[in-house]
Design a protein around this ligand. Structure first.
Ligand code: BGC
Length: 803
């Protein structure tokens, strides 16, 4: 029997409890008693309504503690007595549901009341059975029966315990949402969210016993990753009232999330339609073609009244603009509020300079990271894709960890990555492995070695390597077994190449062996950390052997790097060839010296412009620094011509574009088949900025030892220098590190660096012969044109004075 409380639960849908997620492992002495429950309602390709699940229970006696443990196959919002328990989104997130699913725990000690209570959940398809990937309306990737699973454990003050679990005594029904899908959007009829929820008024017809049992039996484990939150609310900055009765709002920022509608004077049954877009077309209309089959449209059917408000809960979109139609009054800016969502990864960076375009670039990197860190690191948040592309993740992880604290977020994804590893050790294109469960190939599959290693270096947490070592080793062993004699690539293998390069295709075999050698070397380094001496020897030798094979196969007598293109013809000599060879340490002696010169030559051939794609771009500036050409790296960083990082910024970008030419004045938008304006891969440049411009990098894992070695731009003495002032801060694992420099005048540059109490930092800067370092007006000792100084905790000041 469903009691009055249930009616209350159903009536007050908009408020939410203050219950917070608690780090509460499920009690060891208890068995997880929750059953998988759902409601097997009619579904077709387009229509699958979220369902409401509820159970009344009685409490008598004083409660000491009440913890609600919840999990699901699908996504859900948990409720108690008509109030949503949490503001966080899309629990329990995306995993390989065949293998594992996570639970979260909520402390309801202050919310459970004496007498009747109603526990509940709204359950939607999410990643489990909703639309994901690009096949129009392809859904049910894991199953057709979303499920919820929960256990409420009540500890009473008298020492007794009461447990309320999901089981066949729960009741279910559909509600105001006709459907809710990540790609399609959400349709909500508010007329159904009040009286229609009353069991009495509907003569109980809508409620029935839930269906139990699940299509799979995953492990239920504590959630390792931070929850997904609304991390920012954005007001609309402007509205364009279009003639046709639709209004386009601009939030001034590309982000992922939804909008909250704030309506006034509505009529019952009035339909409000919200469309989402990243850009506008020349005619001012929404550019939605790049969303491909993602409909990305929400509908709200009004209840009618003086005011009403609605926020979709089971979908999200990637956008800067929304188009609202169906309002009768001229809208004001308050009609919509943008809710930007992302995993709760703490922001650890601050950047400012006197170069507004550069400031905007870094802001774009931050926003693109947040927009794509929603349960897993995705390629993009807007079109019918949103997958955990391995190549994108490995290219960006180094930057991501300088922007936010992503340790737990990526740790969780590494579990997804291991879960996706093929029997033979190969790693797929995406993790969780859905939609394209195929070998990733060089630069993509290598996420398996690169991501754990980068995280270990940044956070100094050995357990990251412990957890992943077997998978890393297995992947590299797989590369060995599939090689041709001489550690050459197999005859056939998949490769995306240097994806989205600018007319400079790097041969697949060159990429293959570069990444092979690099991955082998990372396994060797990991083995060293984990004290596995035999493996250190084995993988060090392997890395050396692959390097030797690389040199023999690809480096000619002039040090030029060639391989074979897809037609089997000799090709190569691209910027990316040399970037990989230098950054992955593939060459030595004369060959290395030549590669550095060739990289410079390749830039000159392009009139100083880059030609790299996803793989080459990550390390392009690092490779130039390693070549002693920071001047060229600065040139590329501050370049505004196409292709460059600042080119999109000069055209109003508020995020990182998938392609160098997502939009150009000459050609307009790129092909709609692939034109995301929120793809982080090219944002990987921030790592170089922090490490060279700010000079902050670890010399021991986890920043227990670190260096601050800023490198000044070549024209720093000019009055019109391109960059005269920067400030970087980074909240590292040992505390806040800050690095600033500023040109005071043509003869003076001031450095201010801040060191935390923990960790051992060293400041280092090159000092030209005709210059000196002063501390409090006193000259300091310079050795071999370098000034080096261990840092004391707090603020340290140095002045570079040119004679
Ligand atoms: C994705 C990428 C991904 C690529 C593979 C695209 O569709 O958006 O970012 O890495 O496919 O080449």
């Amino acid at each position: 029997m469903i009691s009055r409380c249930l009616i209350v639960f159903l009536c007050i849908l908009v408020s939410s409890l203050s219950a917070e997620i608690v780090e509460h492992p499920f009690p060891e002495q208890l068995e997880w008693s929750g059953q998988w429950i759902g409601l097997d309602v009619e579904r077709d390709a387009e229509y699958a309504p979220p369902v409401y699940l509820a159970k009344t229970f009685k409490v008598e006696g004083a409660i000491k503690e009440a913890i609600f443990y919840v999990s699901g196959l699908g996504i859900f919002d948990p409720y108690l007595n008509g109030e949503r328990i949490t503001e966080s989104w899309f629990s329990p997130g995306w995993t390989d549901y065949n293998k594992r699913v996570y639970y979260r725990a909520f402390d309801l000690s202050d919310s459970v009341q004496q007498g009747d209570n109603v526990l509940g959940a709204i359950l939607a398809d999410g990643w489990y059975s909703g639309h994901i990937g690009w096949t129009k309306f392809k859904r049910n990737h894991y199953g057709t029966k979303p499920r919820f699973n929960g256990v409420l454990v009540l500890e009473m003050t008298d020492g007794t315990q009461q447990v309320v679990s999901t089981d066949d005594t729960w009741q279910g029904r559909t509600g105001p949402q006709a459907y809710a899908s990540f790609l399609r959007g959400e349709r909500y009829d508010a007329r159904l969210d009040s009286t229609a929820w009353s069991v009495e008024e509907n003569a109980g017809s809508a409620w029935r016993s839930v269906d139990t049992g699940s299509e799979m039996t995953p492990l239920i484990q504590p959630h390792p990753s931070p929850r997904i939150i609304t991390f920012a609310e954005l007001p609309a900055l402007s509205v364009d009232m279009r003639e046709a009765g639709h209004h386009i709002f601009d939030f001034g920022q590309n982000f992922a999330g939804v909008v909250r509608l704030n309506l006034a004077n509505t009529k019952a049954g009035q339909e409000i339609k919200i469309r989402y877009a990243e850009r506008l077309k020349d005619d001012g209309e929404m550019y939605v073609e790049n969303l491909r089959s993602a409909e990305a449209t929400d509908y709200y059917i009004c209840k009618g009244g003086a005011s009403e408000s609605w926020t979709p809960r089971f979908t999200f979109h990637g956008f800067q603009y929304v188009e609202v139609s169906g309002v009768t009054e001229a809208p004001d800016l308050g009609l919509v509020t943008g809710l930007a969502i992302s995993n709760d990864t703490r922001k650890v960076y601050a950047f400012e300079s006197d170069h507004p375009l550069l400031n905007q670039l870094v802001s774009n990197i931050y926003w693109t990271q947040r927009a794509n860190f929603i349960s897993i690191p995705t390629d993009c948040p807007q079109r019918d894709e949103r997958l955990g592309w391995t190549g994108d993740a490995q290219a960006f992880v180094g930057t991501a960890a300088y922007i936010c604290d992503v340790r737990q977020f990526f740790n969780k994804w590494l579990t997804d990555l291991r879960d996706s590893q093929f029997e033979n050790g190969q790693i797929p294109m995406v993790a969780p492995a859905k939609v394209v469960n195929r070998p990733g190939g060089p630069g993509w599959s290598d996420a398996m070695t690169i991501v754990p290693w980068e995280l270990y270096e940044r956070y100094g947490d050995r357990s990251i390597l412990e957890d992943n070592y077997e998978a890393m080793r297995k992947y590299v062993d797989f590369l060995v077994t599939q090689s041709r004699p001489g550690l050459l690539p197999p005859e056939k293998f998949h490769s995306f190449g240097d994806w989205l390069n600018h007319k400079a295709d790097t041969p697949r075999d060159v990429i293959y062996q570069s990444y092979f050698a690099y991955s082998a070397s990372l396994v060797a380094r990991s083995a060293e950390v984990l004290q596995r001496p035999e493996d250190v020897v084995k993988y060090t030798q392997l890395a050396e052997a692959v390097r030797a094979s690389f040199v023999e196969a690809h480096v000619d007598s002039e040090g030029k790097i060639y391989g074979k293109n897809n037609k089997g013809k000799r090709a190569g000599d691209t910027q990316t060839c040399y970037v990989m060879a230098i950054a992955f340490d593939l060459l030595q002696g004369e060959a290395l010296a030549q590669a550095k010169l060739h990289l410079v030559r390749k830039l000159e051939e392009r009139d100083g412009l880059l030609s790299t794609g996803f793989l080459g771009t990550r390390d392009l500036l690092h490779a130039l620094s390693l070549s002693g050409r920071d001047d060229l790296a600065y040139g590329l960083l501050l370049e505004q011509r196409y292709p460059s990082w600042l080119f999109p910024v000069t055209h109003g970008a508020t995020s990182i574009w998938e392609r160098w030419d997502g939009w150009t004045p000459e050609r307009g938008f790129q092909a709609i088949s692939m034109n995301s304006f929120s793809h982080y891969a090219y944002g990987a440049v921030y790592e170089w900025m922090v490490q060279r411009v700010g000079g902050i990098y670890p010399t021991a894992s986890g920043f227990t030892e670190y260096t601050i070695a800023p490198v000044l731009p070549p024209d720093i003495r000019d009055e019109n220098a391109m960059l005269k002032q920067v400030s970087f801060s980074f909240d590292s694992p040992v505390g806040l590190i800050r690095s600033e420099w500023k040109q005071i005048d043509g003869d003076t540059v001031d450095f201010v660096v801040e060191a935390p109490a923990a960790g051992q930092g060293v400041f280092r800067v090159d000092v030209p012969t005709a210059a000196r370092i002063e501390i409090d007006g006193e000259p300091a000792a310079i050795v071999d044109d370098v000034y080096t100084q261990p840092l004391v905790a707090g603020v340290n000041r140095f002045r570079l004075v040119y004679d």
